[in-house]
Design a protein around this ligand. Structure first.
Ligand SMILES: Nc1ncnc2c1ncn2[C@@H]1O[C@H](COP(=O)(O)OP(=O)(O)OP(=O)(O)O)[C@@H](O)[C@H]1O
Ligand SMILES: O=C(O)C1=C[C@@H](O)[C@@H](O)[C@H](O)C1
Ligand SMILES: [Mg+2]
Length: 181
């Protein structure tokens, strides 16, 4: 039995966009770890990264991971640079059904280019190469995820349909949140 759905994957794969719609469809709570961090520190992700550096940012992300991993009936979208390791994977997988989103490189480039400056570690001068490197890193993670969904094409509603179908096919059962909790 699981408690929540966790969306991971490379930047621009649509975790925030799809996660919100999936939560609406299921009538669940939506949590975006980037927004959590922004609220807690009173800065944008880019400002906080510049202020705290990579180490400070990762620490904050791990704090959020511990806070949210036990939530019930929540769709939790992680940041695009979230460090998936055996340890973080185990924490998420204990209560979460882990869905990795992936898109073809041209689509990631297109989406990431929409808001230049929003993602602090993107190399906008060498975007193509940057995206390919990010893809190679994520390729090692996909086999560990409960399912992988391609978000290159189709609107959010269609992608949400695919996710719901995969959850049904795999007969994943979720523990309902107790009333008032
Ligand atoms: N299926 C889709 N159809 C159309 N636009 C989309 C789709 N998925 C995402 N987008 C758009 O692409 C951009 C990036 O999507 P989003 O912010 O959800 O990615 P992300 O995976 O959360 O990225 P990050 O890792 O940086 O948080 C947004 O402008 C979003 O509205
Ligand atoms: O450039 C980065 O390191 C980041 C960019 C965004 O995708 C965020 O989602 C992520 O948390 C950090
Ligand atoms: Mg996001």
């Amino acid at each position: 039995m699981k408690r929540n759905i966790v969306l991971v994957g490379m930047m621009g794969s649509g975790k925030s966009h799809i996660g919100r719609k999936l939560a609406q469809r299921l009538g669940w709570q939506f949590v975006d770890t980037d927004r959590r961090i922004e609220r807690a520190v009173g800065m944008t992700i880019a400002e906080f990264y510049a202020h705290a550096g990579e180490k400070g940012f990762r620490e904050r992300e791990l704090n959020v991971l511990h806070q949210v991993s036990r939530y019930h009936e929540a769709v939790i979208s992680f940041g695009g640079n979230f460090p998936m390791s055996i340890e973080t994977y185990r924490i998420l997988h204990r209560h979460g059904f882990i869905i990795a989103l992936l898109s073809e490189p041209f689509r990631v480039e297109e989406r990431v280019s929409r808001h230049i400056g929003k993602r602090p570690t993107v190399d906008y001068d060498n975007l193509r190469e940057f995206v390919h490197k990010m893809m190679r890193q994520w390729e090692e993670i996909y086999p560990y995820c409960d399912c992988v969904v391609d978000t290159t094409r189709g609107g959010a509603s269609q992608i949400v349909d695919t996710i719901v179908q995969k959850i049904e096919e795999k007969k994943v059962q979720f523990i309902a949140r107790e009333k008032g909790v």
